[in-house]
Ligand binder design. Sequence first.
Ligand SMILES: [Zn+2]
Length: 226
Amino acid sequence: MNMFGRRKTISFRDAAEATHWLLVAVGEQHWVSDFSKHSNGTTQGFRSVYGGMGSFNDLVICRANKHTIDAAHEPLANQLLQSLSSICYATSQNGDLSAQDALASCGTTGNELHGWLCRDCGYGQVTREDMLAFAAFYDVAQAIHGGITSGSFLGSIQSLWKRLDPDENVSRFRPTAERSGIAYAESTGWMRPCPQCGGNDTCVYRWSFDGRDFTPSSDNLAMKTS
Ligand SMILES: [Zn+2]
C-alpha cells in the first residue's frame, strides 16, 4: 500500500483474473477452467499449464481456432494473452510485481513492425494486420502500466478491449511508417512479386521504432549491393 492506500503492484490473483476474463471474452474452452481455478489467487499447481507440448504457451486466439472474435481484435487478443501469461508466470514465481517489473517480464516481442522488403529495389511494405499487431504492443504495455499504477488492473484491460479502434490504430503509425520509407498496403499474404520493380527476391522484414522513426532491425537479411 502506498500513502493513498492503493497498491502499486500486481499480484498473481490480479493477473490470473484478467487472463480468465480474456479467455471468457474470446470463448476459449480448453484453458478457461484452469484460470477459473486460479483466479482466486491459488498458485498451487499453476505452473503445470506451461509444461510440455500443447501447453498454454501454444494457444493462439483466432477465428480459425473457433474463438468468438473479429479479425480486428485478433492482434490485440494475442498480445494480451502473451503479456498476461508472462505476468501470471512471473507473479506465481516471484510474488507481487511493480509496473516496471511486470512489463519487463513481458519481454520485447512485438516491439517491432513486421512486413516485407524487396531485396532488389528496397521497397518495403506493411499490411493492416502488421500495423494492428504493432499498435497492440504499445497499447497493451500502456494498459498494463496504467492498470497497475491506478490499482484497477482488470478495468484497464477491459477498457482497452472495448475502445479498440482499428482504423485509428492504423492511422496512428501509418504516416511515420511512410515517412520512414515503408509503404502501407491493404493486402494479405506474401509480397511477391515486388509491386514496385516486379522482382521476386522479397523477404520478411522487421523495423524497430525509436519513438520517432522506423529503422531496419539489425537481424534482417541484408539488401543486395549492386
Ligand atoms: Zn522491388
